[in-house]
Write a protein that binds this ligand. Structure first.
Ligand SMILES: O=P(O)(O)OC[C@H]1O[C@H](OP(=O)(O)OP(=O)(O)O)[C@H](O)[C@@H]1O
Ligand code: HPA
Ligand SMILES: [Mg+2]
Length: 159
């Protein structure tokens, strides 16, 4: 499948991401987890921020790749875990089609699965998320962006 399905962008700044992760942590404050399993690579930064808020020191990974930028390919699972996720928090940055989530759910059926952002097709696969984003929207994360000079509007209009 290709990037044709994305018609809009939802740009997330570092600051916005941090606030969104903290808001999700507020909803989990009463819970006690054995540790976090982060789904690489997108889940790593939310996992680190959640670990700090909930004082979790034990962190493992499931290493999996599905996309080359906006192009979805086959699932490449490079590393799993040796348990069923019971008592563990499973973290990814987002769920889109749900293909990644479905595969990880099979590996860790008992984990509490959270993402920061969720699109409608993948939403039923996670236990908790903070913000719903339209299916045709590409979520642009801060680690994929840089700060750039923008020409003043008057100069742009001269060209
Ligand atoms: O619901 P899906 O359609 O499966 O898409 C969601 C997955 O895609 C992205 O990972 P990606 O495979 O791009 O790897 P990355 O985390 O290393 O960027 C994202 O971080 C999720 O893990
Ligand atoms: O909307 C998205 N943004 C970033 N990575 C992704 N991987 C699947 N969907 C997305
Ligand atoms: Mg990912």
């Amino acid at each position: 499948m290709s990037s044709d399905r994305y018609h809009q962008h939802f740009t997330v700044s570092w600051d916005q991401l941090h606030r969104d992760v903290r808001a999700l942590c507020h909803q989990m404050i009463e819970r006690d987890f054995k540790g976090i399993v982060a789904i690489t690579r997108g889940g790593l930064i939310p996992a680190a921020l959640i670990a700090r808020e909930l004082d979790i020191r034990l962190i493992d990974t499931v290493c999996i790749k599905s996309y080359d930028h906006m192009d979805q390919g086959g699932l490449d699972i490079m590393k799993g875990v040796e348990h069923d996720g019971d008592g563990w928090l499973l973290v990814d940055d987002l769920v889109d089609t749900g293909k990644t989530a479905r595969a990880v759910r099979k590996m860790l059926p008992k984990a509490h699965f959270v993402t920061i952002y969720a699109k409608p097709d993948g939403r039923p696969l996670v236990d908790q998320y903070l913000t719903e984003v339209a299916q045709q929207c590409w979520i642009q994360f801060p680690w994929d962006m840089g700060v750039a000079y923008v020409e003043p509007l008057v100069d742009q209009l001269k060209r």
